[in-house]
Design a protein around this ligand. Structure first.
Ligand code: NAI
Length: 795
């Protein structure tokens, strides 16, 4: 029998995909112009490749080498940093408009060569051309356009701020050109120069970008690109002439960088791992949610820091949802990344494939149920099929560890409260996705999620106008949006430094039985005796004893943190207006006791009565300032190019450990306290070690000012010992430390454990009476973390 003629009807009944290949030729031809061999891009020139130190970059879709790149040695890293340093003076003084034109030219060049960049990225990384063409490359261009605007506006919109200097930037392999854009665009816009190290597996688009910098005539040294592995990253991190490190990658390496930079005075921003929840309520548009899951976890083969890798489904619809999801997975197409009809490409490299395989095996061993489509992946190259795990326990390894592959784990919940608890049950806090047609429910849940980005009825939306970055162990700092600019600037008028306060008369703490005169600890709204049973004598600058305070220890800090943690949620959810009222009330009560507090300052610091009264007045003023800011330091609706309200909220961090300096013992404590609690945090405050009595006198003021118990806790004692306990405490979200240089280093190092945010003074005293607009903004920024909630709309 003759075969049926091909007709539209036949095709319609049995549609199959034909190949839709994109040619690799233009990208390969470009590689040939470099003889498939690269040195580094330093001071506007290519260094000669050293064959002894070269390694291959490979196409993950077929395992074939694409080119050879050079492992930088110490001399090359030095040369790159020196080039950036040399270029910095002129670049930072280049008018914003001129910098804007360079950034604009970069954006235009990326657009002009978009297809070459897209093909090169797909070849080097293994991700589908559909993604590089439609997302990575256009978004990279968008970042340069957006930040060209910020360069233009810096003088007016960021008046009072200056660039940091030389920035070392280390990026991962999952979005090579896009991460480059996220790093380089804001750094250059704000007048910094950069040394960027792409990931060893994906250096090619960064090297093509270097060529683009040459093409537009960017001054030599403004952008330097060096290649190599983690050792090169380490050399960059440890280089003494680097002012800031911006890193995106694994939490492990982020932690190592936090430790390596501790005490160096280098600024740091970390964009780390995640285990982001994808929450589906029973009233969600299920078709939309299924497509959402596809974008959340199978986008870039799941090698996405904010991948929605934990599916949380309302119990009542779980069976139906899983069935539909399996049907959809069966239809996904895995294959040649340069095929335009392919959904998923290759995994980056064998070690990553092994990691995925190992974790999947562990998931099975721990009792979860695995499902994979019936079809097989290509045998050539490093492919892994889309995978769904159901029946997963919340504590299972696969529910807690970042797999960084196309593996989705699913759990169920019954109530919104349970969904939030499950969603937050991770050490990470990068992103989350919430699906419900009930906007009240979705926004309520979004507020309660510990995540830097929340997408409602959407997922993986990114834009240069909106900040991206994490809570908790997903890191700190933001990329994109106005919030991202502050990672690359410092106040131009750095805090006015002055001579250190008279040195604390270091005498050993003496056992004391003068209990009636000893100021106790203030924990959970109560005055409590110290666990140690010891007190410490407070001396005046002449070395005479003037009083005693409790000698706090580890246990007291633990109790104080517990009290603060208990108080934080309700205080954070208070209206800003209500928090302001409390601050005004504290100011009123302090004002009523002005003479007493002034006398105490004279007694402790031997300052004049005039100076002391000035400090009390300034403290009252400070309370008014942060009461005023409480309901004014608000967010924004970012102008992202989507039909979405992208709402930026300044949320409290939670629990902050506040270690006060010896200078201005009342004013500094009140300044830090009012900024922190005004923005909704609960604090554990360690007063000046030398002059703690002003802070302990505050108990009575706080007690009579309607401050809820536990919002402010005060533990006196040896500053650095208490700071260390706070820095190491897993339930403290941030540390502010104003003490010695060694103490600052210790706090930064010790806080690496849970990657808490730190703000330290590196041993530099400041004049607390002067509080410029920039200083106020800095305090408010330190007291908050930015959450962006995306709510698409449309009927
Ligand atoms: P990685 O964190 O080791 O590498 C990221 C970048 O840091 C690369 O440029 C690398 O050369 C550099 N680097 C490595 N060690 C360094 C060090 N000690 N000092 C300075 N720079 C250093 O990530 P890797 O090995 O590529 O992937 C391991 C795991 O990390 C993945 O399985 C995934 O779970 C996670 N990851 C997360 C990313 C994210 O965006 N959150 C991105 C890449 C990986």
């Amino acid at each position: 029998m003759a075969s049926q003629p091909l007709s539209v009807a036949v095709i319609f009944q049995n549609p199959t995909y034909g190949p839709a290949p994109e040619s690799a030729q233009p990208a390969l031809a470009w590689l040939e112009t470099h003889h498939r061999s690269f040195g580094h891009f330093i001071a506007g020139r290519w260094t000669p490749p050293d064959p002894q130190r070269q390694f291959e970059t490979v196409n993950p879709a077929n395992g074939q080498p694409l080119a050879r790149v050079t492992q930088a040695d110490a001399e090359e890293v030095k040369a790159a940093v020196a080039a950036a340093r040399e270029a910095f003076t002129a670049w930072s003084q280049t008018p914003g408009h001129v910098r804007a034109r360079y950034l604009y030219a970069m954006a235009r060049q990326i657009q002009k060569h978009a297809r070459l960049f897209a093909v090169l990225e797909s070849l080097d990384n293994g991700k589908p051309i559909r993604e590089t063409r439609d997302l990575d490359i256009p978004l990279a261009a968008r970042h340069f356009y957006h930040h060209a605007g910020w360069a233009q506006l810096m003088d007016s919109a960021l008046a009072g701020y200056a660039p940091l200097g030389v920035v070392g930037q280390i990026i991962p392999w999952n979005f090579p050109l896009l991460m480059l854009a996220w790093k380089i665009a804001p750094a250059l816009a704000m007048g910094n120069t950069v040394v960027l190290k792409p990931a060893e597996w994906t250096p090619l688009t960064a090297l093509r970008f270097a060529e683009l910098c040459q093409a537009i005539g960017l001054p030599p040294g403004v952008v330097n690109i060096i290649t190599g592995d983690g050792q090169v990253g380490q050399m960059l991190v440890n280089h003494p002439d680097v002012d800031k490190i911006a890193f995106t990658g694994s939490t492990e390496v982020g932690r190592a960088i936090r430790i390596a930079t501790a005490g160096s005075g280098k600024r740091l921003s970390l964009e780390l791992g995640g285990k982001s929840p994808f929450i589906v309520f029973d009233d969600a548009d299920l078709d939309g949610a299924i497509e959402g899951v596809v974008d959340a976890i199978w986008f870039n083969q799941g090698q996405v820091c904010c991948a929605g890798s934990r599916l949380l489904v309302h119990e009542g619809i779980a069976q139906r949802f899983h069935d539909r999801l399996r049907a959809r997975m069966e239809k996904l197409r895995v294959g040649d990344p340069l095929d335009k009809a392919v959904d998923m490409g290759a995994i980056i490299a064998p070690p990553q494939l092994q990691k995925i395989t190992r974790l999947v095996e562990q998931g099975k061993a721990e009792g979860a149920q695995i499902w994979q489509p019936s079809w097989a992946c290509p045998s050539e190259g490093y492919f892994y099929p889309p995978t769904l795990f159901t029946n997963v326990a919340p504590a299972a390894t696969i529910a807690q560890e970042e797999i960084f592959g196309p593996v989705l784990v699913s759990m169920t919940f019954r109530t919104p409260a349970e969904a939030v608890a499950l969603a937050n049950n991770t050490r990470y806090g990068l992103a989350a996705s919430v699906w419900s047609e009930d906007i009240n429910l979705a926004l309520e849940v979004a507020r309660k999620l510990k995540a830097g980005v929340v997408w409602i009825n959407a997922t993986n939306l990114f834009d240069a106008a909106s900040g991206f970055g994490g809570y908790r162990e997903s890191g700190f700092g933001r990329e994109g949006g106005v919030e991202g600019l502050y990672e690359y600037v410092k106040p131009a008028c750095s805090p006015v430094h002055r001579a250190p306060a008279p040195a604390y008369a270091a005498r050993p703490a003496q056992p004391s039985n003068g209990l009636d005169r000893t100021a106790k600890q203030y924990i959970g709204g109560k005055q409590v005796r110290p666990d140690s049973g010891y007190s410490r004598i407070v001396y005046n600058p002449h070395g005479n004893p003037i009083g005693e305070v409790a000698e706090g220890n580890r246990k007291d800090i633990r109790n104080a943190v517990e009290a603060a943690r208990a108080a934080a949620p309700a205080w954070g959810e208070q209206t800003a207006h209500a928090r302001a009222q409390v601050l005004y009330y504290i100011a009123e009560n302090l004002s009523a006791r002005r003479a007493e507090f002034a006398a105490r300052l004279v007694q402790q610091t031997a300052c004049s009565m005039r100076e002391a009264e000035g400090e009390v007045d300034a403290a009252i003023d400070r309370l008014f300032t942060f009461a005023a800011w409480a309901d004014k330091y608000d967010g924004a609706v970012h102008q992202t190019p989507f039909r979405a309200m992208t709402m930026t909220l300044n949320e409290p961090l939670g629990v902050i450990g506040v270690i006060c300096p010896d200078e201005a013992p009342l004013l500094a404590a009140v300044t830090l306290m009012s900024a922190a609690i005004g923005m909704g945090n609960a604090i554990v405050l360690v007063p000046s070690q030398a002059h703690p009595l002003s802070a302990t006198d505050l108990y009575q003021v706080l007690d009579t000012s309607d401050l809820p118990a536990g919002v402010v806790n005060i533990v006196t004692g040896a500053r650095d010992a208490l700071a260390k306990v706070l820095a190491e405490h897993a339930d403290v979200d941030a540390i502010w430390y104003f003490g010695s240089a060694e103490g600052s280093a210790m706090v930064e190092r010790a806080s690496a454990h849970n990657l808490k945010r730190t703000w330290v003074n590196n041993g530099q005293p400041r004049d607390w009476r002067a509080l410029s607009a920039c200083d106020q903004q800095e305090l408010l920024r330190q007291a908050t973390q930015v959450k962006n909630i995306w709510v698409p709309y449309g009927i």
